[in-house]
Design a protein around this ligand. Structure first.
Ligand code: PLP
Length: 429
């Protein structure tokens, strides 16, 4: 393809026919059967499907303990609490991730301290963690973004040197491995999400996992009203500590169990589709493809591309140009699960800039708190990534085939071949 094809966004023919990209997740007989089984049961809160889901997920991931939650965020907060993070303690978090990878620390009165990302992996740069550690640091939250594991050997080594706890945020990376070992089995207390977009989707929901019995028991208290006996046991209805209501429910657990039976297959589909997309896009000027470091098994939860804004002549209006590119790509028919993900680095978000989570400047105003610097300039790679990147989920997911991934790749190439026309896209129109 050598330029001067009219873009669909400007009225030209769209490259990908309507309805090509199928929605996520595939719903099969087993999903319907399991959800109906839950409905036909008597307990709709923490019922038998919740118990089984915990057991089956723990077995699948290789953990001793699992607690089914109503979100990944709940599981993260439980991990922060279980690890003993409290008022004025600092928790290290990547500057580029989902907001609740960091606000989970605030929920327990701890203070996030941000670290820039590694440009290649898009994850926290393990080399930069040590410089962010202070006498108040209690934990490191290692977020495995987009289906790629952080270098967990380095993170665990830094944590061991400083006596810190490690929390893995595996919400985007079920099944990803580092040196053959799954995410969620390295850290002390770890979290997964099962929301709509996740590779294991139950609509909403999450899982806290750990191998440490003490952490498990502490997390369980936070999970259910500060009680020590769960609703599955003989409750005494006594709040022994501050707790929330983070329990999952039986119907969603049934859905999650059904999806779990196909999770390994889904991940293989994603890798196969990602391989085709990479083959189509390799060598395309101005396009930086995601990498899979030799020690990692990438699940391509989100196949994240960076447009090389310097090569494309848009270093000064990178985010605006990326938005034009994405609008043009969606108009070509890549209209499901394609777009920029997180456009803000976390330290630039108002919740951190305002330093006022609980009123009166809390927790930053607490006498134990050290001053922390949230100026965005300290995180140049995270900022560049936020402005240059967009990603895709559905086109690479089951039931979509490599041919669908190829069509999206060809649409990207069409835009690159007609890059001056992309610049004329009116994002507001
Ligand atoms: C990296 C990351 N952490 C945490 C979460 C929070 O998960 P949930 O939406 O289930 O609370 C998400 C997903 O939204 C995420 O992508």
């Amino acid at each position: 393809m050598a330029g001067k094809e009219k873009l669909a966004v400007h009225g030209g023919p769209r490259l990908i026919p309507p309805g090509t990209i199928k929605p996520w997740p595939p719903i099969e007989v087993i999903d319907r059967r399991m959800v109906l089984d839950s409905l036909n049961g008597e307990i709709h809160t923490s019922g038998v499907h919740c118990q089984k889901f915990q057991e089956e997920f723990a077995a699948w991931n290789g953990n001793r303990f699992a607690i089914n939650t109503n979100s990944g965020t709940a599981a993260l907060h439980m991990a922060v609490a279980a690890c003993g993070c409290g008022v004025g303690d600092e928790v290290i978090v990547p500057a580029y991730t989902w907001s609740s990878s960091a606000t989970c620390a605030l929920h327990h009165d701890a203070i996030p301290v941000f670290v820039d990302i590694n440009w290649e992996t898009m994850n926290i740069d393990p080399e930069k963690i040590e410089a962010a550690i202070s006498e108040n640091t209690r934990a490191i939250i290692a977020v495995h973004l987009h289906g790629l594991s952080v270098d967990m050997e380095r993170v665990m080594a830094v944590a061991a040197r400083h006596g810190l706890k490690v929390i893995e945020d595996g919400c985007q990376s079920h099944g990803a491995t580092f040196r053959g070992r799954k995410v969620g089995t390295w850290g002390h207390a770890n979290a997964f999400s099962f929301n709509q977009n996740k590779c294991l989707c139950s609509g909403d929901g999450g899982m806290f996992v750990t191998d440490d019995e003490d952490l498990y028991l502490r997390a369980r208290q936070v999970w259910s009203f500060g009680e020590t006996r769960t609703p599955m046991e003989d409750r005494d209805y006594h709040a022994y500590a501050l707790g929330w209501m983070y329990r999952g429910n039986d119907m969603l657990a049934a859905f999650g169990r059904a999806q779990l039976t196909r999770l390994d297959h889904y991940l293989e589909v994603q890798r196969r589709n990602a391989a085709r997309l990479t083959a189509v896009l390799e060598g395309t000027p101005g396009v930086i493809l995601p990498t899979e470091p030799p020690d990692c098994w990438h699940t391509y939860y989100n196949y994240t591309i960076r447009l090389d804004m310097e090569a494309l002549g848009h270093a000064d209006d990178a985010a605006a140009f990326r938005n034009k590119f994405v609008k043009a790509l969606q108009a070509e028919g890549a209209d499901r699960g394609v777009g920029p993900w997180q456009r803000w680095i976390l330290p630039a978000m108002t919740v951190f800039q305002a330093r006022n989570a609980y009123g009166h400047g809390h927790p930053w105003s607490h006498p134990r708190a050290r001053p922390v610097d949230y100026s965005p300039d300290q995180f140049p790679l995270a900022r560049r990534h936020a402005d240059w990147s967009f990603g895709m989920t559905y086109p690479l997911r089951a039931p979509n085939s490599p041919d669908v991934a190829e069509q999206v790749g060809l649409a990207i190439r069409k835009l690159i071949d007609n890059i001056d026309d992309v610049d004329r896209v009116d994002v507001a129109a």
